[in-house]
Design a protein around this ligand. Structure first.
Ligand code: FES
Length: 134
């Protein structure tokens, strides 16, 4: 059988999630829906193929990442939509306690030290938070 006739390869779970990732131009919500200092989670698709992400707001700045810890690829939030340490200074993974910088998603403590959260670039367009090109 030639390569052209081979059956399509099944996607692994991480690849399957990417299929549900929102595309550039997708409107997530209004900026006003996320108060200053708050986070908001978004889920696309269902089951194991669900793509999860979240947006943090700090004044006019937005930080957006996949809700997918680089340690073992579990969700980060310790309660639905809750991603921050008690002092709101860092992102924390509820699974094994990895700590990430808000500004760049770099893990600064825990089992995936030095690894990064996967950024989901967003911009504010006409008062709405929109996914933009990577
Ligand atoms: S899954 Fe996040 S620290 Fe282990």
């Amino acid at each position: 059988m030639s390569d052209e006739q081979a059956a399509p390869r099944a996607l692994n779970p991480l690849e399957a999630r990417e299929v549900n990732r929102p595309q550039p131009g997708h409107v997530l919500c209004n900026l006003a829906d996320i108060p200053d200092g708050a986070t908001k989670a978004f889920n696309f698709g269902k089951g194991f193929e669900q793509y999860k992400m979240f947006v943090l707001r700090r004044g006019d700045a937005l930080f957006s990442y996949a809700n997918d810890c680089p340690h073992v690829h579990g969700p980060l939030d310790w309660r639905p939509g809750e991603f921050l340490t008690e002092d709101n200074a860092f992102i924390i993974c509820a699974m094994h306690g990895a700590i990430f910088q808000i500004e760049d998603g770099r893990c600064v403590a825990g089992p995936c030290h030095g690894h990064y959260l996967s950024a989901v670039p967003v911009a504010v367009v006409d008062g709405r938070i929109v996914v933009v090109e990577r």
